[in-house]
Design a protein around this ligand. Structure first.
Ligand code: ADP
Length: 264
């Protein structure tokens, strides 16, 4: 029966003996599917009422209204925006979870993508006085899903901007070696205690709840990064020293790295 899902594990004892254990995970797989469908549907359904609320708020905010009322409406608008980001990230995450691998690989020009991310980051960071440094290997490109990589990379840059005190330095690097291709974001910000690092890619895991939500994140950024990388057969590594800064590196397998094609 094709609906039954089994998980196999083989153990070897000495030279000859093998033990094969088959586990029926059909129920687990179904439950996980139900959970994913629920999150996707709920996020989708929340979109419409939010759009209506935001529309009315914008109309009201265009009027001359008493100051306390304006203050309340501004707060409502801020929270409605936050909810919209949450719904967008939840939907994105449920789409990413729906399959384990990117559907079709388009060769993307990672240089152009990093430049775009760099520009967006600078626009976001001007008020904070952050300085950006770019260090890009000119010889190699990456095969991958552009929209997904854009989401993953910009989440890392967004975090670097938010978790670095004013006038920080943020470095974006792309390089390739025998292990594959690597994109990293380094900041000289607040850093992370080692005990938190293994849990950072869990949904809604936050070190400092008040600081994180006040700075505009959804708590889903690193979960999105992790899933995008899994879908590219890659992984995320995190190095950090509290009080000195952090480096988040996206690693991609060698077969996705290609030489840059130059115009003849
Ligand atoms: P959030 O929206 O809360 O930033 P993320 O999933 O993007 O959610 O990040 C999870 C947590 O990891 C954050 O709440 C923050 O505590 C920590 N974090 C992420 N990036 C950095 C960074 N560059 N420096 C320090 N802490 C970070």
């Amino acid at each position: 029966n094709s609906d039954i899902r089994l998980q196999y594990q083989i153990s070897t004892f000495g030279d000859q003996d093998r033990l094969l254990v088959a586990r029926d995970i059909t129920r687990l797989v179904r439950l996980e599917q139900t959970r994913q469908d629920f999150v996707a549907n709920a996020s989708h359904e929340l979109r419409t009422p939010l759009t209506v609320i935001r529309g009315y708020l914008e109309t009201f905010l265009d009027q001359e209204l008493p100051r306390p009322l304006m203050r309340g409406l501004n707060q409502m608008q801020q929270q409605a925006r936050r909810m919209e980001s949450l719904v967008t990230d939840l939907l994105l995450l449920s789409r990413l979870e729906a399959s384990q691998h990117i559907s079709d690989e388009h060769p993307i020009l990672i240089h152009a993508l990093i430049r775009q991310i760099h520009e967006d980051g600078e626009a976001l960071a001007t008020e904070r006085g952050h300085r950006f440094v770019l260090d890009i290997d000119p010889e190699y490109d990456l095969l991958g899903q552009e929209n997904e990589l854009q989401s993953a990379f910009s989440n890392l840059v967004f975090n670097a901007v938010r978790y670095t005190p004013d006038n920080g330095t943020i470095t974006l690097r792309w390089w390739a070696d025998t292990q594959g291709g690597h994109f990293s974001v380094t900041d000289d910000g607040i850093g992370i205690e080692p005990m938190h690092i293994p849990r950072l890619t869990e949904r809604f895991y936050r070190i400092d709840e008040s600081r994180s939500s006040a700075s505009g994140g959804t708590g889903l950024g690193l979960a999105i990064v992790k899933h995008v990388l899994v879908r590219h057969d890659g992984h995320l590594s995190i190095e950090s020293v509290p009080g000195e800064g952090s480096t988040f590196t996206c690693h991609f397998p060698p077969d996705m790295v290609v030489p840059v094609r130059r115009a003849e």
